[in-house]
Design a protein around this ligand. Structure first.
Ligand code: GDP
Length: 139
């Protein structure tokens, strides 16, 4: 069993895609073990994306991620990190496979609807960034 963090980004929430994304997880046998809606400050977004601090798009990305409400979820399942990333599609929606969330709904390399952890270590950090143990079912 593996865990990962998913975020429906401000553009995904703004476009009314919370139900759509959640439904794709449920149909893929991915179990949601924690979930909440919140609005990050710029500082909280900078902390979340600290690994990208040196990237040229860091300021724009953290502005975007603090521009509106997001939905954060901890997901559990077999191979769920890879499974979620497959459902999401490539970072750039133009490169994403047909039928993926980003291909279906994203319009921009930055405003790409969803986030998903890319490795077990980042998943542990990212889940801990948003949830304490009382908020995670089965923790
Ligand atoms: P992910 O794991 O597929 O989300 O991609 P990365 O970890 O490489 O990048 C994190 C996030 O930064 C992406 O989801 C995008 O929102 C944003 N991003 C990535 N590359 C670019 C870029 O070249 N330009 C801009 N403006 N944003 C980017």
């Amino acid at each position: 069993m593996e865990r990962t963090l998913s975020i429906i980004k401000p553009d995904g929430v703004g476009k009314g895609l919370i139900g759509e994304v959640v439904s794709r997880f449920e149909k893929s046998d991915i179990r949601i073990i924690a979930m909440k809606m919140l609005w990050m400050t710029k500082k909280q977004a900078q902390g979340f994306y600290a690994v990208h601090a040196e990237r040229p798009f860091f300021d724009s990305l953290t502005d975007f991620m603090s521009s509106g409400p997001i939905v954060v979820m901890a997901l559990e399942g077999e191979d769920v990190i890879a499974k979620n990333r497959k459902l999401m599609g490539a970072t750039n929606f133009e490169d994403a496979e047909e039928g993926t969330i980003r291909r279906d709904f994203a319009t921009d390399i930055e405003k790409n609807i969803v986030h998903g952890s890319d490795a077990p270590e980042t998943a542990a950090f990212e889940i801990g960034y948003f949830f304490n143990s009382f908020e995670i079912i089965g923790a």
